[in-house]
Design a protein around this ligand. Structure first.
Ligand code: ATP
Ligand code: MG
Length: 567
């Protein structure tokens, strides 16, 4: 990218993150021949969550913005936990976010041969050795940051012996755990990762791509930096916990490289969210234990869960843009994410009428059998979205909570003797109501309407304080609506080290309502179609939905009641 272009990009957004500034500086300094090449390196051991989206937006976003490339590289160094299902889901989710790796879909396992050869070279140079001690003994010899570790009795065995053993480790001659290959660096280093780290272990598992070929597998730390080097990655962006691993990655690449090139690793803070757990391992436990209904349960912070819940890629990107990238670990308020989706759907979701807890209204002076079509605006934020017709008749439904038998003074909805406007239609007045003699619940409310008050008509000057949404009873679609609340009722469920995170599962995170009444236009809704149920919230059709049994998920309420309750 040329200098003028860089300056243009630099000025187009402010403030740029410290990472972007590093990239700009490197490009200006002409490093890597002006190339920018990043990668997103997921381990295929679970579905992606919104934390990964933060990394994806940076890896792909920076490459896109500065005319570079971003690889997708699966870090499949552990054959035991990895599955094809996860690989497919990861690709689908990255595409959904709007990013593409073109033909650059790589796997750490593509480099197993090169990595093995490099390990052999290290042994030859006296920079690695086979240790015959079990892992527990090795870790007990590590020392503490202030106290040097013990030298392994195998540290100085001849290179030929290590070479022979390493080859035989890979021929299945030894048991898992009986021997490892360690880099010979510095057992007194203040950085624990430099104290002769294990770089290869024996695993007699079948690998999803290399099958039975290998019996030794590289440790993540041995594969990661070298893979970046092999792929010509210029900026290796990762989360802060890898900062302490950087000297090891640099040391390894230093032994490996045959030219001036070396990747630059830059770390940033992880995304953490209140009331949320972002750890594939724990999310997997929730799935396996049936605490949620799969990885795409709309309460999950996974990208597929958020998608099913009704989130858009735009809202997720906007949220990530708002929180930014720093060097300080923090926990972001999930309300900000909810704000982002509200803002996005406000612009794009058509308004419709949906009554979640129906109460029947009988308009006694409205002619029986008569149906009028009232015209309603689809989205006041966007005129182009047009208008629709909604049937109105003598029997309608309103929300139960919009009627009170003994209302307080400031209740501007329906109550005995009071008037409200039915949005887009008429003003009605409550004349009477019928109660269920056994339960005391209100069964039906009797109203009269004023024919001169039709919305948009010339004589509709009459003013009332309350406007309600409604659905014509004979035209209504019966639907199931799934209401979601936060999956955890503790602000930091992962941070309570003394207690199991399951203890903080919110028992009321899912509420299923059946017999909800929706306006007939919703018959055409397809899975993932998004709507604002007016006065209630944003909803989207679920993929369980059928024409005869529609199902809608609540994405988010219109207003943030949670923040208020918790004040
Ligand atoms: P988890 O802890 O959820 O299992 P992970 O870090 O083990 O996540 P990887 O598949 O190794 O998951 O991550 C791929 C990339 O995504 C890494 O570069 C990692 O730094 C980044 N990443 C993972 N979680 C987050 C997060 N919460 N915020 C930002 N980036 C993340
Ligand atoms: Mg990981």
């Amino acid at each position: 990218m040329n200098e003028e272009n860089i300056r243009e990009k630099e000025e187009s957004r402010s403030p740029v993150s410290f990472i972007e500034q590093f990239i700009i500086d490197d490009l200006k300094a002409g490093k890597n021949d002006g190339r920018i090449h990043t990668r997103f390196p997921p381990e295929p051991n679970g579905y992606l969550h919104i934390g990964h989206a933060k990394a994806i937006c940076l890896d792909f976003g920076m490459a896109l913005k500065y005319g570079g490339k971003c690889n997708l590289r699966f870090d499949d160094t552990n054959p035991i936990k990895e599955e094809i299902e996860y690989i497919d889901s990861i690709k689908e989710d990255i595409h959904w976010l709007g990013f593409d790796w073109e033909d650059r879909e790589f796997y750490a396992s593509d480099y197993f041969g090169q990595l093995y050869d490099f390990a052999v070279d290290l042994i030859r140079c006296g920079l690695a050795y086979v240790d015959d001690q079990p892992a527990e003994v090795i870790s007990s010899q590590k020392g503490t940051p202030s106290k040097p570790g013990l030298l392994s009795p195998f540290r100085n065995r001849p290179a030929e012996e290590s070479l022979d053993l390493f080859e035989r480790m890979n021929k299945s001659e030894f048991d898992e755990g009986s021997r490892v290959l360690r880099a010979k660096i510095d057992m007194a280093s203040p950085n624990m990762h430099m104290r002769d780290p294990i770089i290869y272990r024996i695993l007699k598992a079948s690998h999803h791509r290399t099958g039975e070929k290998w019996k030794v597998y590289p440790m993540y730390d041995f594969a990661h930096g070298q893979c970046d080097y092999f792929e010509g990655i210029t900026h290796s962006l990762c989360t802060l916990e890898f900062e302490v691993h950087r000297p090891l990655y640099d040391w390894l690449v230093e032994q490996l490289r045959t030219d001036d090139f070396r990747p630059r690793q830059i770390e940033f803070n992880r995304l953490n969210l209140t009331y949320t757990i972002l750890s594939k391992r724990r999310l997997l436990e929730l799935v396996q234990e049936g605490k949620v209904k799969g990885w795409d349960d709309p309460r999950m912070p996974t990208l597929c869960g958020l998608r099913r819940r009704g989130y858009t890629p735009e809202a997720i990107k906007r949220f990530i843009d708002m929180i930014g990238y720093t060097k300080v670990e923090a926990i972001n308020d999930v309300s900000l994410l909810e704000h982002a989706i509200r803002e996005d759907l406000n612009k794009r979701a058509p308004r419709v009428f949906g009554v979640l807890n129906p109460l029947k209204i009988n308009i006694t002076n409205y002619p029986e059998g008569k149906v009028e079509e009232v015209e309603l605006i689809n989205n006041p934020e966007d005129e182009k979205m047009g208008k629709r017709k909604v049937p109105f008749s003598r029997e309608i439904y309103i929300e139960q909570e919009d009627f009170m038998e003994h209302p307080p003074h400031k209740f501007f909805r329906l109550a005995p003797g009071r008037e409200v406007r039915l949005k887009g239609a008429y003003i009605i007045k409550c004349e009477d109501y019928r109660k269920n003699p056994d339960t005391g619940a209100i069964d039906e409310v009797y109203c009269t309407y004023d024919p001169d008050t039709r919305s948009g008509g010339n004589t509709s000057e009459k003013k009332v304080k309350g406007t309600l949404h409604w659905v014509s009873a004979p035209h209504a679609i019966d639907a199931e609506v799934r209401l979601y609340d936060r999956l955890f009722n503790h602000e930091d469920p992962a941070g309570q080290k003394e207690e199991d995170f399951r203890k903080f599962l919110n028992p009321d995170s899912l509420k299923i309502l059946r017999g909800c009444k929706l306006e007939p236009s919703l018959k055409l809704a397809k899975p993932l179609d998004k709507f604002q149920f007016q006065r209630v919230g944003y909803f989207c059709a679920d993929h369980d939905s059928t024409e005869s049994a529609p199902v809608f998920n609540m994405t988010v309420q219109l207003k943030d009641t949670w923040a208020k309750i918790n004040k």
